[in-house]
Design a protein around this ligand. Structure first.
Ligand SMILES: O=C(O)c1ccccc1NCC(=O)[C@H](O)[C@H](O)COP(=O)(O)O
Length: 261
């Protein structure tokens, strides 16, 4: 079993348990559930930098990245830095995140917030909305086309933006549909952890123009972003490069200053 298979197998157990403990009605009673959302796709199109900065404590590929920062501060400082959106990892077992992190980020900033999760069930979309998300991630490698359709259409009915993530042409071909807002190419192979922006470049010509293109993972230089922009990318998801420092917000500020030069 590769790491992605393990994460997903655990996720099925976790979601079933949560469904038995926290009914949908309770989630729908949250004030945030009926609150308006902000589109990340629109923010990216208007943004000069296109940076989506991530809150990521640890990961299967890098182990501990940063256990010392406070998500509320990180969200404030990312917003001050001028990022277009923020991604919050909510998986606890493999990434040390939680839905509380999402809630804290929501209470700290008006930035569009992406719930970075391994979504396998509509229940997680209701959770996302109830905890302040504006955007959800769907990973093509772990979903069938029918499931992508059902989940993305349900997300749209909740006014959530949808970022669909692929890592190869096959995943892209099976996933294209009108209920997606953004097409993300993950530069990290989630099964082997190999990272290369070459895959973003390779797949760019196959992504129709109706979708905002996002390049995800392994981005740590201004040059990489300038290069990816030539291939039509308008969004750049960056986690470790900011989170590995003592002050992720300041790192994002410095990065964005250089990008603007
Ligand atoms: O980051 C991992 O090790 C990982 C392993 C298995 C599944 C997902 C994983 N990461 C999720 C992400 O896609 C990244 O957190 C995100 O794109 C930011 O990547 P980076 O800038 O390289 O931290």
């Amino acid at each position: 079993m590769n790491i992605l298979d393990k994460i997903v197998a655990d996720k099925y157990i976790e979601v079933a348990l949560k469904q038995s403990l926290i009914p949908v009605k309770q989630l729908e009673a949250s004030v945030l559930f009926d609150s308006p959302t902000t589109s990340l796709a629109t923010a990216l199109k208007a943004s000069k930098t296109g940076i989506i900065a991530e809150h990521k404590r640890r990961s299967p590929s890098k182990s501990i990245i940063n256990q010392n920062v406070n998500v509320w501060d990180v969200a404030q400082h990312y917003a001050d830095a001028g990022v277009a959106g923020m991604s919050v990892l909510t998986d606890s077992k493999y990434f040390g995140g939680s839905l509380e992190d999402l809630l804290l980020a929501r209470s700290s900033t008006h930035l569009p917030l992406l719930r970075k999760e391994f979504i396998i069930d509509e229940y997680q979309l209701i959770e996302a909305k109830a905890h302040g998300a504006d955007v959800i991630l769907l990973i093509a490698a772990i979903l069938t086309r029918d499931k992508i359709k059902a989940l993305s259409e349900f997300a749209k009915s909740l006014n959530l933006d949808v970022l669909l993530e692929v890592h190869n042409k096959e995943e892209l071909d099976k996933s294209l549909m009108p209920s997606l807002d953004m097409l993300g190419v993950n530069n990290r192979n989630l099964k082997t952890f190999e990272v290369s922006t070459a895959i973003s470049k390779e797949l760019s010509e196959h992504i129709p123009d109706d979708f905002v293109k996002v390049s995800e993972s392994g981005i740590s230089s201004i040059e990489a972003i300038k290069d990816l922009k030539q291939y039509g990318y308008e969004g750049f998801l960056i986690g470790e490069n900011f989170m590995k420092t003592d002050d992720p917000g300041s790192s994002a500020t410095e990065f964005i200053k250089k990008l603007a030069l």
